[in-house]
Design a protein around this ligand. Structure first.
Ligand SMILES: NC(=O)C1=CN([C@@H]2O[C@H](COP(=O)(O)OP(=O)(O)OC[C@H]3O[C@@H](n4cnc5c(N)ncnc54)[C@H](O)[C@@H]3O)[C@@H](O)[C@H]2O)C=CC1
Ligand SMILES: O=P(O)(O)OC[C@H]1O[C@](O)(CO)[C@@H](O)[C@@H]1O
Length: 537
């Protein structure tokens, strides 16, 4: 069995092996899509295969839509060249359900994929054609949070962005520059409307995308590198919108166990590819069943009826509340807590941590006792119900190959969004008091202890990538396991850093508690476990 057009001709063999196949005439859908594209997606990563492409597959199966998706990849050409193209843009979705069953679906809803690179002229020309088509309604993005960066930490334009601004829309090299170059082609073709929808996992994602796009609109127009009117076009909500969204579906990297299972079904030529840019990709993707996608409903050229595929459309304020509820209270803080302690205690799977009574209690208390009281109910999703599902179904799912090490990536960038809002709510509240917070300081202490790169058994372990790694290592370089003196002075500047925590922990009245826990965890091997027992036992 081969995953491509030819291989899928033996449909019976696939069905006998338990695969659900596309129930539409893919050739006809291909013609419709290329003739009248409605949805292009930038960022052909794992979440796109697992989520957006599967929504579209369901809509095509039910004949709710008659056009599918076009994918563009502007960062890592290997994804398209080594994975999409050899499989004729088919992929396999392995849905790992909490009851242990696995649903295997051949996804055919991506009809065409391109590398977004002006130097690949033929493909860039095809992409321009797609963008110039009046039928196009939305361009969506999952390009990671850093994909939207145009400024450095000092607020200066990044060198690559500056160069692109000076050279104009002909041959940009930066991701957003390339996207805006395509939108400029659409402007020239007739100023057709379009929604640009960031679906990345960051707060106010629509605002992030719009700010990055407007840097190019302004930079090119003031240099006379684009026709007058382009900037107005980008700023006119009747033409271009940047809806905000909240996306949620745990999609780990492609997993070896799942690969072996697919191979045992008879699949050939299937492998996990780790690209030169360290993307983990494959013609299959493994993900949980649960999924939420909430989008601000501002589509100036109309939109595919994605609500029929489970997407919730609402207003911006509601999107923001849902995002805060998920990222700041009911899911991601718990993930981060398990990531930090999981690395320290030697776990390789998030779900295994939920079998350990202390860590399970840590997750529950963080969610119910500290996050939930500060969470705003967005109305469309009930926080307590969402949290219960996270704690009882999603995170403990033993079939999900998600790792503490993956989630621990970039923790310094995540703490403010995940915990800062809760702390500020406690500070501002008349009924809640910061002194009641016991678990959040424990997690911060655990993170400081994690940063030493030595596990609770005293063995060194590799820290997950983090842009602040060097800076933090320098600040903590004098601290050793078993040596408590000097710890307070070393961590003071970190605890005062409101960019990391969203608040100055001294001003917030939490630093002393963090320090107490941290010092306890420094006593020697086994001290992390002992501290958890003392705080939670
Ligand atoms: N994997 C998950 O569970 C979820 C992911 N997301 C969002 O989707 C994003 C991507 O996740 P995956 O597709 O799972 O990851 P992935 O590693 O499979 O793919 C990453 C995608 O982003 C692109 N990319 C990486 N660095 C980039 C850069 N500096 N500039 C522009 N593009 C860049 C890659 O080329 C690829 O298209 C996440 O960062 C997150 O914001 C949202 C919800 C769940
Ligand atoms: O900690 P990260 O890297 O944002 O990942 C958290 C996990 O939870 C999610 O937010 C679930 O939607 C995904 O982004 C990811 O699987």
């Amino acid at each position: 069995m081969k995953l491509n057009r030819e291989g899928l001709r033996s449909a019976e063999e696939w069905k006998a092996a338990g695969y659900m196949l596309p129930q539409y005439d893919r050739e006809a859908i291909y013609r419709n899509t290329m003739g009248n594209p409605r949805w292009i997606h930038f960022g052909a990563g794992n979440i796109f295969r697992a989520f957006q492409a599967n929504i579209m597959q369901r809509l095509l199966n039910r004949e709710v839509c008659d056009t599918g998706l076009i994918a563009a990849e502007g960062y890592d050409a290997e994804i398209i060249d080594r994975v999409n193209k050899p499989c004729d843009d088919y992929s396999i979705l392995a849905t790992l359900k909490a009851d242990g069953s696995i649903e295997k679906t051949v996804i055919g809803s991506v009809l065409q994929s391109y590398v977004l690179d002006p130097e690949r002229k033929e493909e860039f020309g095809q992409l321009k054609k797609v963008l110039c088509n009046p039928s196009l309604q939305m361009a969506s993005f999952t390009i990671t949070e850093k994909g939207y960066n145009v400024y450095d930490k000092q607020g200066e334009l990044l060198p690559g962005i500056r160069t692109d601004l000076e050279h104009g829309p002909e041959n940009p090299k930066s991701y957003i520059g390339k996207v805006v170059s395509l939108i400029y082609a659409r402007f020239l073709a007739g100023s057709f409307p379009l929604a640009l929808v960031s679906m990345d996992n960051c707060s106010r994602n629509g605002e992030r995308l719009s700010e990055a796009v407007l840097v190019f609109g302004e930079g090119w127009e003031e240099r006379g590198l684009v026709q007058n009117g382009f900037l107005d076009y980008l700023k006119d909500p009747r033409k271009i919108t940047f809806p905000w969204s909240m996306i949620d579906k745990i999609t780990p990297r492609p997993d070896e166990t799942v690969l072996r299972m697919l191979k045992a079904d008879g699949l050939e030529d299937l492998d996990i590819v780790v690209t030169a840019k360290h993307t983990y990709t494959a013609p299959f993707v493994n993900a949980e069943e649960c999924e939420y996608l909430v989008i601000e409903d501002r589509f100036p050229n109309g939109r595919p009826p994605l609500e029929k595929g489970g997407v919730i459309f609402t207003d911006r304020a509601t999107v923001e509340k849902v995002e805060k509820m998920k990222v700041g209270a009911c899911l991601n803080p718990i993930h981060t807590a398990l990531a930090v302690f999981g690395c320290l205690l030697g776990y390789r799977k998030i779900s295994d941590e939920m079998k350990q009574p202390l860590l399970k209690k840590l997750a529950a208390r963080l969610g119910y006792d500290e996050g939930l009281p500060a969470a705003v109910n967005p109305g469309i999703i009930e926080p307590a119900k969402f949290l219960k599902e996270v704690l009882t179904v999603r995170i403990p799912n033993p079939f999900m190959p998600d790792t503490p090490q993956r989630i621990a990536t970039d923790t310094s960038q995540k703490l403010a969004a995940r915990f800062g809002g809760t702390i500020r709510t406690y500070l501002a509240s008349e009924s809640l008091s910061v002194s009641e917070l016991r678990i959040i300081p424990l997690v911060f202490a655990g993170w400081l202890r994690y940063l030493l790169g030595v596990d609770d058994g005293g063995k060194p372990f590799p820290l997950s990538p983090d842009p602040m790694q060097e800076e933090l290592a320098e600040q903590l370089k004098e601290i050793r396991l078993g040596q408590i003196s000097g710890a307070e002075d070393a961590v003071r500047p970190i605890l005062k850093n409101d960019r990391i925590f969203g608040v100055d922990l001294y001003q917030a009245g939490l630093a002393a508690k963090v320090l107490d826990n941290f010092k306890e965890m420094l006593h020697g091997p086994g001290a992390v476990q002992a501290c958890l027992e003392q705080e939670l036992g």
